[in-house]
Ligand binder design. Structure first.
Ligand SMILES: [Zn+2]
Length: 388
């Protein structure tokens, strides 16, 4: 039995829209799962293998990037860059979800080839976590010619996601709907490219196609990069219940339009965040923190709610066992403090003024995976491991 105690937490963010701040200063995890949340004075802290003294900083669930394009290991051919996932861990992200392994040079588009790639991608990220980060990959891009048995075959082999509909040869609503329904029948979640073409070779997917396809998530509703016209974005928010995914590699004005529309509909729980990296705009190690600060500051969202967009909302939409501070959930955390010399009286006020927090530590499955971030502005206070 491996026990982790994190005590002296100054502010505990839950990832839950309905109660974003918890009245607690201590978390206990056993064998990588949260078993208790409360006041240290009332808890049994004995027998811990690791005790983290949070030094009064803020703890949140590890951030989730709902939209990445990994290829293999911690390398991306799109920007010929190594260690981009490790860099992102330093931005507080502990879970990433593939929207398709589309940057693989020579990506197979024939049916047997795309199935093989999906299964292989699922396996190599299941077998290898770059710097400890959980990468959910194996997200095939649907092509003309796929039949129902192909979806069953992939699902039986462990494939749980569809990559962005529209990045392959299926760009029409009726064919997309047929295949998305097959995927759903066999337990695969789906997303769709929304907006204008991202890079040469991709195409336009407008609101009519998105609504007809009926994917679980409206992938980058704010474009990746070119957004749909405003009336189509509003229509998408109003006309379905799918996840509203806002990405860093998109149009920031369209992101705010989505946020404001979701708020008017009283459906902010549909808002989830991604980077869409690696992309033409590069890799974005601080992308999720930057989206949280941007939406909080320019969108007038309390910072503790903006953190839910990048944690609990995504976990619930994606049915993951991370992203919420709750007994039974994975002990995946980010510990942060107000960045040195950043304005604002508290970390939350600082974020609401548009500043990034400083990351001091990440923890995945109850194990410390990084210390003072090499990428964020330096945190004021930094958690310590007792006995070091
Ligand atoms: Zn896209």
């Amino acid at each position: 039995m491996s026990k982790l105690v994190i005590r002296n937490i100054g502010l505990l963010l839950s990832g839950k829209m309905e109660k974003p701040i918890l009245d607690a200063d201590c978390i206990i995890a056993v064998d990588g799962k949260i078993v208790a949340i409360g006041k240290a004075a009332d808890m049994d802290l004995s027998g811990a293998e690791t005790v983290v003294d949070a030094k009064g900083v803020t703890l949140a669930p590890g951030l989730i990037d709902s939209h990445i394009h990994p290829v293999i290991g911690d390398y991306t051919p799109r920007q010929q860059q190594l260690s981009w996932i490790d860099s992102t861990l330093n931005g507080g992200v502990t879970t990433m979800i593939s929207a398709g392994e589309v940057h693989l040079p020579g990506r197979p588009k024939d049916i047997v080839g795309l199935k093989a790639l999906a299964i292989a991608s699922q396996r190599w990220y299941e077998n290898f976590r770059p710097s400890g980060v959980k990468v959910h990959a194996g997200a095939p891009v649907i092509e003309q010619g796929l039949e129902e048995h192909d979806f069953k075959e992939m699902a039986d082999a462990g494939v749980k996601l569809l990559g962005e509909v529209g990045l392959g040869t299926v760009k029409d609503g009726p064919t997309a709907k047929k295949m998305v329904d097959w995927a759903r029948k066999y337990g695969m979640q789906s997303t769709i490219h929304t907006g204008g073409p991202s890079i040469p070779g991709s195409g336009l997917i407008d609101a009519d196609v998105v609504l007809e396809a009926g994917t679980d998530v409206i992938g980058h509703i704010n474009g990746g990069h070119s957004a749909l016209p405003d009336d189509q974005i509003v229509c998408l928010c109003e006309s379905c219940q799918a996840g509203l995914e806002i990405v860093h590699n998109g149009n920031e004005r369209a992101a705010l339009l989505t946020l404001n529309t979701a708020r008017e509909l009283k459906q902010l729980d549909r808002v989830i965040l991604g980077t869409d990296g690696p992309a033409g705009s590069g890799v974005q190690p601080l992308g999720i923190l930057r989206m949280i600060a941007m939406l909080s500051s320019l969108g007038n969202v309390p910072a503790e709610i903006a953190f839910c967009f990048g944690t609990g909302n995504t976990a619930r939409q994606r049915e993951l066992d991370v992203g919420l501070i709750e007994e039974g959930y994975c002990a995946d955390f980010v510990l942060m403090d107000q960045a040195q010399h950043a304005p604002g009286k508290t970390i939350l006020e600082s974020v609401e003024l548009g500043n990034l927090p400083g990351v001091g530590m990440t923890i995945i499955d109850g194990k410390v995976t990084s210390r003072r971030s090499r990428n964020t502005p330096p945190a004021g206070d930094i958690p310590l491991i007792e006995g070091e």
